[in-house]
Design a protein around this ligand. Structure first.
Ligand SMILES: C[S@@+](CC[C@H](N)C(=O)[O-])C[C@H]1O[C@@H](n2cnc3c(N)ncnc32)[C@H](O)[C@@H]1O
Length: 95
């Protein structure tokens, strides 16, 4: 599962980040469709590389991501995939 997620990250960012638990975007989208109402907000308190944020954005849900160790990776990814006028990406306060 992580292999597909790592490949997707590479496709989005043009570089590899070998994170062991990156989830496939399709899986995150499927979970959100089933678990989060269309008017809901996606909260991922263990966001990793930000797959859930990208999936929520794709499905038109607002989202809140919390990440300790690789927040800069998630923020960079989301900046890349999201129209900055539609989403405020709060940069990590520390690296
Ligand atoms: C299993 S990974 C998440 C992978 C993510 N779903 C993805 O697709 O990239 C769990 C993440 O939770 C983060 N984490 C663990 N404890 C945390 C905490 N107390 N606060 C914020 N983030 C935390 C870790 O740094 C790690 O990136």
């Amino acid at each position: 599962m992580a292999v597909e997620g790592v490949k997707e990250y590479h496709r989005i960012m043009g570089k590899y980040f070998d994170f062991p638990t990156v989830k496939p975007l399709a899986l995150a989208e499927k979970l959100i469709r089933h678990l989060c109402p269309e008017t809901g907000v996606v909260l991922d308190a263990f966001a990793g590389t930000g797959t859930s944020g990208q999936a929520a954005h794709n499905l038109g849900r607002p989202f809140i991501l919390i990440e300790d160790r690789v927040a800069n990776i998630a923020a960079e990814r989301l900046r890349r995939v999201i129209d900055s006028n539609k989403c405020n990406v709060v940069p990590p306060s520390r690296s």
